[in-house]
Design a protein around this ligand. Structure first.
Ligand SMILES: [Ca+2]
Length: 228
């Protein structure tokens, strides 16, 4: 039987390898932003290592006989602290084919806010230059619940268009760009909540062709909510 230390090391390396494979596949970041991506990955790996070490050191691993399957499968560690969760979502919104007279574009209607990344495709891209139409959105999200009141996470997006020609005049590329959002949600009372958000977006060739923008976007937000 594999001892626990080696097992946790293996799981962390596995998670880092999967993350690296995802970034390589989905983001193909330009060289000047590789450093930032490496930093994001480093933070994620460090957090995973801390949680993994805590699970080993304090015996949380033994609380869950199904931990290894949870870890390796979907990795929601519901029995250990902070309930780390990693999800991938693929969303497709059809675009208008310029070769046909009918408009095939998906009608996004009006969006409501439910949770980060549910309807708005990134806090920068989704609010300022992307509609839920003519869009392919890859989303990788990591989330930790520190308590019932405080949760935090990171969301990576890779955006593509379905029909470059109707994305913008003269657009030939399907690569719209990437975005990374960090968030912290804090339930202050049963009615009030406070959220902190930091976002970083990098336009791809399609966004550059459509808007002329080549510089990356940085965005911060403090959000006070009241629900009843
Ligand atoms: Ca058409």
């Amino acid at each position: 039987m594999l001892d626990c230390k080696r097992y946790i090391l293996f799981v962390i390396l596995f998670i880092v390898a999967i993350s690296l494979a995802f970034f390589n596949l989905l983001m193909s970041p330009p060289s000047n932003e590789l450093g930032l991506m490496a930093l994001f990955l480093g933070i994620t790996a460090f957090a995973s290592a801390l949680v993994g070490y805590g699970a080993y050191r304090f015996g949380w691993v033994n609380l869950s006989p199904t931990l290894r399957w949870t870890l390796l499968g979907g990795y929601q560690l519901s029995s250990i602290r902070f309930q780390p969760k990693v999800t991938y979502r693929y969303a497709f919104f059809q675009g208008d084919d310029p070769g046909t007279p009918a408009n095939e574009a998906f009608d996004p209607l009006l969006l409501g806010f439910y949770d980060w990344g549910t309807w708005w495709q990134g806090e920068i891209a989704g609010e300022y230059f992307l509609a839920n139409s003519n869009l392919i959105s890859h989303q990788v999200r990591g989330h930790l619940d520190f308590s019932d009141a405080v949760g935090s996470g990171v969301i990576f997006y890779k955006f593509e268009n379905d029909q470059p020609e109707t994305f913008g005049p003269g657009v030939a590329s399907t690569d719209v760009g990437t975005e990374t959002d960090f968030y912290v949600d804090w339930k202050l009372t049963s009615n009030f909540s406070l959220s902190l958000l930091g976002a970083f977006a990098s336009p791809g060739p399609a966004a550059e062709e459509a808007t002329g923008r080549t510089k990356s976007f940085k965005y911060g937000m403090l959000y006070l909510g009241y629900s009843f």
